[in-house]
Design a protein around this ligand. Structure first.
Ligand code: NI
Length: 212
C-alpha cells in the first residue's frame, strides 16, 4: 500500500462510506427476500422450525385438498407408505395408542393424519382402507408424485424408493424418515416425536401441549 492511498481525501472517504452503505443495504435486502420466501415455506422469523407449509394432495375419499384441510385443530402427521412392513405400522400404532391414552377430551382436539410417500401404489382406495386399521377418523392423504415430493420437502421428510427387483417391480421398499409431527391448527410446527418414541411418552407430551 502506498502513502497516497492510506491518506484518503475526505471525498474518497465519503465515497467509500457510501459504497459500504450500499453494500450493507443490498445484503439487508437479500436477507429480507430470503426470509420472505422462507416464510412461505412455513417458517417465521421468530425462530420457529421451518416445518410445514402449503400443499396440494388428495384425501382418502378422492377429493383434492390443500393445507386448509388441517386448519382449526392440531394435527399429528406421519409420512409413510401402506406397503411398509414394519416402521410405518409401528409408528401409527404408537400414535393411535397415545390418542387412546390421553382420553377422549384431549384426543378429540387432535386430527391424526397419514401422508403417503409412495403415491404410485398408495391409491385413494388403498390409503382409505389402510387408515381405518389404525384410528377412527384418521385422515389419509396421497397425491401425484410431484405433490407428494412437495409436501415431503415442506416437512423435511426424506424418502427414496429402495432398489427395485426388475422381475417384481411392484414389490419394493421405500426408505423414509419416521417422524411424527404435531402441528397446530394454523399449520405451525408445535413438536415432533422421533421414531421409537413410546406411546406413553407421546401421550404425556400431547397432554402437556394440548391441555390448557
Ligand atoms: Ni415405513
Amino acid at each position: 500500500m502506498t502513502k497516497t492511498t492510506q491518506k484518503k481525501s475526505p471525498a474518497g472517504l465519503i465515497v467509500g462510506v457510501i459504497a459500504l452503505i450500499a453494500i450493507a443495504g443490498f445484503a439487508g435486502l437479500s436477507v429480507t427476500k430470503y426470509l420472505g420466501s422462507a416464510q412461505v415455506a412455513g417458517t417465521t422469523s421468530s425462530g420457529k422450525a421451518a416445518i410445514g407449509g402449503p400443499f396440494n394432495l388428495i384425501d382418502h375419499d378422492g377429493k383434492p385438498v390443500d393445507e386448509s384441510v388441517l386448519a382449526g385443530k392440531p394435527a399429528l402427521i406421519y409420512f409413510g407408505y401402506t406397503y411398509c412392513p414394519d416402521v410405518c405400522p409401528e409408528s401409527l400404532v404408537v400414535m393411535s395408542d397415545a390418542l387412546d391414552m390421553v382420553g377422549p377430551e384431549v384426543a378429540s382436539k387432535v386430527r391424526p393424519v397419514f401422508i403417503s410417500v409412495d403415491p404410485k401404489r398408495d391409491t385413494v382406495e388403498v390409503v382409505k382402507d389402510y387408515v381405518q386399521h389404525f384410528y377412527p377418523g384418521m385422515l389419509g392423504l396421497t397425491g401425484t408424485e410431484d405433490q407428494v415430493a412437495a409436501v415431503a420437502s415442506a416437512y423435511r421428510v426424506y424418502y427414496k424408493k429402495a432398489e427395485i427387483d426388475e422381475e417384481d417391480p411392484e414389490t419394493y421398499l421405500v426408505d423414509h424418515s419416521s417422524i411424527t409431527y404435531l402441528m397446530d391448527g394454523k399449520g405451525e410446527y408445535m413438536a415432533h416425536f422421533s421414531h421409537g418414541t413410546k406411546a406413553e411418552a407421546m401421550a404425556a407430551r400431547l397432554k402437556d401441549l394440548l391441555t390448557q
